[in-house]
Design a protein around this ligand. Structure first.
Ligand code: DHB
Ligand code: FE
Length: 280
């Protein structure tokens, strides 16, 4: 049977992707952040996931006001990087896993999570930056990737609790897949940042770290935090952190923290990185 071997939480700061693509990772501004990624890369190389399910948000790239699913799963064979204005990122194409993706769709919908099925989609920095964080600069990504897109762009996004419960249903879906494969779940976005309006530049280091503590040890409480509190404390884009709760729900209640890293600033954003594993 399929096994969930790790949960990764990471911010998706687009400037991190640009630092990789423009060979700036060793510059003084970026080096501490890229050094902070090393233990995650090393551990993922040991764990060798066959598939990563990346819970991420699209930024009006593939989905805009014409169509915004709350939860969407990429069921296609391949997903190309989206051109976000400077040309597509020069990273490998993302190869999907249609068979597992359709199994997950069936399990989730029959479990009353009505996810949208998307065969044809491009992926923006919300998905490609987490892959760069986890795997560096390979010629090909080392595993198949199933994109699980969450709307956190157009109000109303799903509640944290809905995301946590989706994660629990996702775990059931993965663990009922009959092939012996190793699966990692990524929760992405956040942590605190606000890109627009009078509060642009907002970072809340203290709240982020308290949120991470709770995320690890009592996720049910963190999942109950209101959108209003999140927007007030971590900014309008900081609300992206609800996507981490899908990853958390897919793991056991009792987890081991393999790596935890936090750095301010990364562009306009607080950068957070977490690798969790189920306790054996
Ligand atoms: C920035 C952060 C984001 O999460 C995003 O989607 C776009 C920009 C930033 O830090 O500039
Ligand atoms: Fe974002």
């Amino acid at each position: 049977m399929a096994e969930i071997v790790a949960g990764v939480g990471t911010s998706h700061v687009p400037a991190i992707g640009a630092a990789v693509d423009h060979k700036k990772t060793q510059e003084p501004y970026w080096k501490p952040i890229f050094d902070g990624m090393v233990p995650v890369r090393v551990r993922l190389e040991q764990l060798k996931p066959d598939v990563c399910i990346v819970v991420y948000n699209d930024h009006a790239s593939r989905f805009d006001l014409g169509l915004i699913p709350t939860f969407a799963i990429g069921t296609g064979e391949q997903f190309l990087p989206h051109d976000e204005g400077y040309g597509p990122r020069p990273v490998p194409a993302v190869n999907g896993d249609p068979e597992l993706a359709w199994h997950i769709v069936q399990s989730l919908v029959l479990d009353e999570f009505d996810v949208t099925m998307v065969d044809s989609m491009t992926v923006d920095h919300g998905l490609t930056v987490p892959l760069s964080v986890a795997f560096g600069e390979p010629q090909e990504w080392p595993c198949r990737v199933i994109p699980l897109c969450v709307n956190v762009i157009q109000y109303p996004p799903p509640t944290g609790n809905r995301c946590l419960n989706l994660g629990k249903a996702l775990r059931k879906a993965v663990e009922s897949y009959p092939k012996d494969i190793r699966v990692a779940i990524f929760g992405t976005g956040g942590l605190s940042h606000q890109l627009q309006g009078e509060r642009a530049g907002l970072i809340n280091r203290e709240y982020d770290n308290r949120w991470l503590d709770g995320f690890i040890s009592h996720p049910g409480d963190v999942a109950r935090i209101s959108h209003a509190e999140l927007i007030r404390e971590v900014g309008s884009e900081g609300l992206e952190c609800v996507m981490w709760l899908v990853m958390r729900g897919a793991l056991h209640d009792d987890v081991q923290v393999t790596h935890r890293f936090y750095h301010v600033p990364a562009s306009n954003t607080a950068y957070g990185l977490l690798l969790l594993e189920n306790k054996k």
